[in-house]
Ligand binder design. Sequence first.
Ligand code: 5GP
Ligand code: ZN
Length: 144
Amino acid sequence: MPTCIFCNILSDLAPAQFVYHDELCAAFMDIRPINPGHVLVVPRVHAALLSELDQASAGRLLQVAQRVDAALRASGLPCEGVNLFLADGRPAGQEVLHVHLHVIPRFHGDGHHLRFSSAYFTATAVTELEKNADLIRTCMGGKV
Ligand code: 5GP
Ligand code: ZN
């Protein structure tokens, strides 16, 4: 396996500014923050994709992100809102192939935008929604 920068950080082989750690997850400052206070929540176990991560670590990831979110709002850093972002796979924008959840403080006028193509603004036919839901349901393995 090629060297993973987040595994190195979690093993203290590379530096980072930690804000939290437990037996399943850690949280540290993003080296290239979108806004001041941008934190990455990272599982201790190496998994490239969310679907490869055990459920306990995946669940803890969101619990830690919830606490970071609250801490950011109380920190005094500019934070009027928070974006959680997880890029799962290269086409989704994942640069570091070790699962991580971005917790990004946001404020009015910070200059950042999240844009989608015009396809997003066109409602899809119900028949297509049903067809796609059926494909996903089949692979969910549980009842809905
Ligand atoms: P991705 O595009 O994979 O969702 O985001 C990867 C994030 O990891 C980027 O925001 C980037 O700034 C951050 N990052 C990359 N290398 C390092 C590093 O060595 N240390 C820290 N703290 N963050 C890193
Ligand atoms: Zn790793």
